[in-house]
Design a protein around this ligand. Sequence first.
Ligand code: SIN
Length: 275
Amino acid sequence: MGNTGITIQPISPILGAEISGVNLAKPLDDETFEAIHGALMQHLAIFFRDQEITMEQHKDFGRLFGDLHVHPAAPAPAGHPEILVIHADENSKRVAGHAWHSDVSCDAEPPMGSILYLKTVPSVGGDTMFANMYAAYEALSAGMQKYLSGLTAIHGSEHVYRGRYGQTENLRDGDYPESEHPIVRSHPVTGRKCLFVNSSFTTRIKGVSRGESKAILEFLYDHVRTPEFHCRFNWQANSIAFWDNRCAQHHALWDYYPEVRHGYRVTIQGDRPYQ
Ligand code: SIN
């Protein structure tokens, strides 16, 4: 327990920590904000339990960390363009985030972080897994780190969003975003290098043959699946998960069909990745 009255308890040695002793429905003093921000920088994904927050309070919490991001394709609740609804039930054919990814990495300035608040959870299952991309980068051989450090990759979105959200007339930018990012990025706060390709959005490495791009990306996606890079968050109703998309990936498990899992995500705008 620190001066702020909050406690930070790691849930695994590699990433993830549960924070208690804070009510996110209330404005945070500077010391509490700094403690939460510090925990996010240290643990990459942080979790809160038993929170009762409105959409406005959810957005207010997000705005402490930056401008809010508007999703390029997903419909939003009326009056809340910055809210993404996360929902699965017996009629779902797919669910959001059901593969390793960093949110909306197809944007030129991909989200810094995402804050997911689940109101309804299945009786069992529906965990979210997180993976540490500093650790993934650092575990590569020096030769592979050097090879990747000069390369960029294309992150597309039409293949992700068209089937899921349908109509193109509702797109934020009138088209599906696609961006080029360095494969190894430096975190703007910590300065540490992290791996920044993901199996949902990254489509190819620029400037190499199709075969080389496919082989290297498959190797990297397999590398991200290393269990020692992971933690796993078990939701309860009214839990919140807040992750740093710049240095962590996540994967929502869909092992609870046909049960309902429902909540809301506020996403925080990031900056252009640089090496
Ligand atoms: C997502 O934001 O990718 C969804 C995560 C989840 O539902 O656990």
